[in-house]
Design a protein around this ligand. Structure first.
Ligand SMILES: [Zn+2]
Length: 447
């Protein structure tokens, strides 16, 4: 153990560490994990013991894809409600996406505005992605130096006019600029020409919506992205992968040494096109939820490491924007509070362990963002934990969710895994779904 005074020991018969799950006692000093000790290690004098019995001690979930929309569209969500829901769901760190707030995070001034708004409201540790739009190449390096974790861009319309997409030439220019200072470009990869060529029938039928966002749009955009990354030796990340057809291309690029990583989301991994009722636009997102066979292939991609991480892409809106017409309804799925149990429910059914879930939802997203203090139950990391009763079940009642708008595609689902408590830097911030005062810190890259 280090010289610091251990103030707290957390004990469980199932502690999920990078080396596997085992009985252990986790000593906490000054908000950090001081040591991971044998289960029956003596509790230092003056330290408090919390014994979770057989409940699982997981590293706090790291969600690098959240649309908080604050300031500007706070009727959709906000830092208070989003981070409160996250805390209740076992998440201890989130990174906010640069769009759907007003202003978007496309200049240092805008970043400062968002940080000022977030600081008093954050229940969990919170950082920011910057945005790459056609007009802000000159702002990318200053944003990087101001502490954003990387830059998001779109290749097709984003849905909001203040965040335009990049064409291929603009993509190459922004990517070269970002690669020049060693930054990371994260990409919504759907090709606008394939989308324009797809049938746009509109209306309440999910099959028509699915046909309007074909797999080819994703596959083509990802191939082009990989080609740029290879040529520029740039580091890129594919956001919210839905099309499993793109997996072989991604796997080949990784083998070849192209610096590409990939995320997918709970809705692609646990919901299927076949089950979406007509008019149920709480299931609408872009790219879309696809067929069950596609989902099986995505799980294979997770298992073989082609897909690195699972993040929520929590993208809420008010109920009135979820009209029954799939063409005009706002796209985005709310799942911040439910990601861990949703993924665990499907993972266990498919024979995966909580070690896998911790890697996909905590270690890998932390690594993506360079959050070296987050993502593992290991000495030296922040004492961030989710305590999970993995065999307990609950049925999702939207009215009980802490998001601002209780619209969710998971309504009525029975899920495995109840989050009993959440710990941030050694302090319990949520217990049995009740969340205390905001004590989250703002995070900057490499801090
Ligand atoms: Zn998103």
């Amino acid at each position: 153990m280090s010289g610091a005074d251990v103030e707290l020991v957390l004990r469980s018969t199932r502690v999920v560490t990078p080396d596997g799950t085992r009985p252990a006692a986790v000593a906490v000093a000054d908000g950090r994990i001081d040591a991971v000790l044998p289960y029956d290690a003596e509790v230092p004098a003056g330290a408090r013991l919390e014994d979770f019995g057989d409940d699982v001690l997981l590293p706090g979930i790291v969600d690098t894809h959240v649309h908080v929309n604050d300031p500007g569209r706070t009727e959709w969500e906000g830092f208070h409600t989003a981070t409160r829901a996250a805390a209740a769901g076992g998440i201890t760190t989130l990174l906010d996406m640069p769009l759907n707030s007003l202003p978007p995070t496309t200049t240092v001034g805008h970043l400062r505005t968002k940080q000022r708004v977030a600081a008093p409201k954050a229940h969990i540790d919170t950082g920011f992605w910057g945005g790459a739009i056609p007009s802000n190449v000159k702002d990318l390096r200053p944003l990087h130096e101001a502490g954003v974790f990387g830059f998001k861009c779109f290749l097709s319309p984003s849905g909001v006019e203040e965040f335009p997409e990049l064409d291929q030439e603009q993509l190459a220019r922004s990517m070269a600029e970002i690669a020049g200072f060693g930054g990371l470009l994260i990409v919504h990869a759907e090709d606008p020409h394939h989308l324009a060529d797809a049938p746009q029938r509109g209306g309440p039928a999910y099959a028509d919506f699915l046909a309007s966002r074909p797999r080819d749009a994703e596959n083509t955009a990802i191939e082009a992205l990989i080609a740029h990354a290879r040529r520029l030796n740039a580091r890129v990340h594919v956001l919210h992968l839905s099309s499993s057809d793109a997996l072989p291309v991604i796997a080949a690029a990784k083998r070849e040494g192209v610096r590409v990583t990939v995320e997918s989301c709970p809705h692609f991994l646990t919901l299927t096109a076949e089950e979406v009722p007509d008019g149920a636009t709480e299931f609408k997102c872009c790219p879309p939820i696809r067929e069950a066979a596609n989902q099986d292939a995505l799980w294979e991609g997770l298992a073989d490491g082609t897909i690195d991480c699972i993040v929520s892409d929590h993208s809420p809106c008010t109920t009135d924007l979820k009209t029954p017409d799939f063409a005009s309804a706002w796209g985005g799925i709310s799942s911040l509070q439910l990601g861990l149990p949703a993924i665990w429910t499907e993972a266990r059914r498919r024979g995966h362990s909580l070690d896998d879930v911790a890697r996909w939802m905590s270690a890998a997203p932390a690594e993506l963002a360079g959050l070296t203090r987050k993502g593992a139950v290991e000495a030296g990391r922040d004492a961030d934990f989710a305590v999970l009763a993995p065999d307990d079940t609950f049925t999702v009642d939207p009215a009980e969710l802490l998001h601002r708008n209780q619209v969710t595609a998971y309504a009525g689902k029975t899920l495995h895994g109840v989050v009993k408590s959440t710990w941030l830097r050694g302090v319990r911030i949520a217990a049995e779904g009740a969340v205390g005062e905001p004590t989250g810190r703002l995070l900057e890259r490499n801090h």
